[in-house]
Design a protein around this ligand. Structure first.
Ligand SMILES: O=C(O)c1ccccc1NCC(=O)[C@H](O)[C@H](O)COP(=O)(O)O
Length: 210
């Protein structure tokens, strides 16, 4: 499970202590969960303890690459309108990346394989906002994507909460889950009651990989 939108060093450390697989730090300045790169140094100390994912929206390659090279993040999450051509620079450099797709229907998934991403993250379609909306996606569509694309891991995002997580796992059986608003007190501040409830659901055996 990836908990996204971390802005506080204390929250990041608590996610490590709870054994959460991955955290997301959002480097898109318009996000309610924006983390200034200059304030992200605390992530460096978590190297090897949790997978650190940097979220970017149409950011080009300089900042994402720099944060990887500086040991602040491990993986890049492209969460904007990036094309497979935009992603090529990361593929060529051997930098692992995820591609998020805001999904309205099956047509949005047609290019999923073209990115060369480590995994595809399916999220709610949110023009201008891009992510962190708390809106769920069509889980049947996500399940069908998995059945038809067995080699490409799918991360389910969009409106996952402690209340619907069991149903989401059962319906989609994703490789992993990604949660922002469903695990916070307010944008950028995590709610550890919710994080723990999500973890219990993920570890209950209904989906070992989430
Ligand atoms: O969280 C944001 O503010 C955000 C803004 C722009 C692009 C991506 C963003 N979040 C990335 C994530 O991976 C979120 O976890 C994902 O969108 C799901 O969010 P939520 O529906 O709130 O769980």
């Amino acid at each position: 499970m990836k908990i996204c939108g971390v802005t506080l060093a204390s929250d990041a450390q608590r996610l490590v202590d709870l054994g959460v697989d991955a955290l997301g730090a959002n480097f898109w300045p318009q996000s309610k969960r924006y983390l200034e790169p200059a304030e992200a140094g605390f992530l460096r100390e978590l190297s090897g303890k949790i997978l650190r994912v940097g979220v970017f929206v149409n950011a080009g390659s300089d900042l994402p690459r720099r944060l990887v090279e500086e040991g602040i993040i491990d993986v890049i999450q492209l969460h904007g309108d990036e094309t497979p051509e935009d992603a090529r620079v990361f593929l060529d450099a051997g930098i692992p990346f995820l591609k998020a797709i805001g999904v309205r229907g099956v047509n949005d998934l047609a290019a999923a394989h073209d990115f060369g991403a480590k995994a595809i993250l399916l999220d709610a379609h949110a023009p201008g906002v891009y992510g962190g909306t708390g809106q769920t996606i069509d889980w049947d569509l996500a399940r069908r994507f998995i059945e038809e694309n067995a080699t490409l891991p799918l991360i389910l995002a969009g409106g996952i909460t402690p209340e619907n997580v069991v149903e989401a796992i059962a319906a989609v059986r994703p490789a992993a889950l990604d949660v922002a608003s469903g695990a916070e007190i307010r944008p950028g501040v995590k709610d550890f009651g919710k994080v723990e409830a999500l973890l219990v659901a993920c570890r209950s055996g209904s989906n070992e990989g989430s």
